[in-house]
Write a protein that binds this ligand. Sequence first.
Ligand code: BT5
Length: 279
Amino acid sequence: MAASDSQSPAPAPPLGARLDLSLIRKDLGTQRLGTKFHYFQELDSTNSRARDLAEQAVPVVEIVVSEYQTHGRGRLGRRWGSPPLATLYFSAILRPKLSSEHAAQITLMAAVAVADAAVSFIPQSPTIKWPNDVLVDGKKLAGILAEASCDADRVTYVVLGIGINVNFPRDSMPVELRQRATSFMQLTGFPLEREIVFRRLIQDRDRCYGVLEMSGFDALRPRWEARFNLAGRRVRGELDTEMITGVARGIDRHGALVLEDQNGTLRNIVAGDVIPLES
Ligand code: BT5
């Protein structure tokens, strides 16, 4: 079910109206992202569809957006879900000039962009939980799933997927999410027009991606570190199948999380999750 760059008739929306892409395209003013949209009422996953498009060598500027995902994906085989027409799910195809060892910087760049965009809509200041969560008051507002395809040493493309809770009421959340997740609507007390949020996200991501392409991650690093919510906290993470505990010191130039263990040795966690041991 789908249309490329067009909208098909929708059933009566249960929570809100479907996206009006004309409001997003108008005067978007982006340099790199958002010139063509692939709009769907329903998809398994926008990341999966964007990956199919990337394999067909579509240009970098295309964005896949869906009102609903039947198999929205998180990392490590986890799920990402929310009701139709209430939140935003979208994925962009990027072809960054990055070596494969720097591919993780795309996730860090996107977290800065999402957090920056969010401050336009809420009074709180979002934080970033390494590697891919944008939190407000300790609850997850948005998740990022960047999936890179690399050849020998270069990134060939990255599918960058973002899910952000716009108008997701607390009582529609599964019970297990209510203490851990939030939405703009829960934070402000009123629903937002998703087009305004979407435009802002695309614009901030375009700007941050431009900085990454032109100047490298070091130019974004202070903004990332200012929002990093684990700095100086004791956390546990996995390194080469070994569980290690240490104090989070920041990220290295590849985007790995640097922990200082009890011997004062710096250990770099490249992937996976870390759990704060105290608040
Ligand atoms: C993520 O994974 O946070 C990445 C989520 C990326 C979703 C986007 S939507 C567009 C694109 N297409 C896709 O198929 N995916 C991307 P992870 O760090 O593994 O977190 C997953 C966990 O977040 C789940 O196990 C739940 O605990 C929680 N979760 C699921 N849905 C949520 C929601 N709507 N809001 C907040 N937390 C949620």
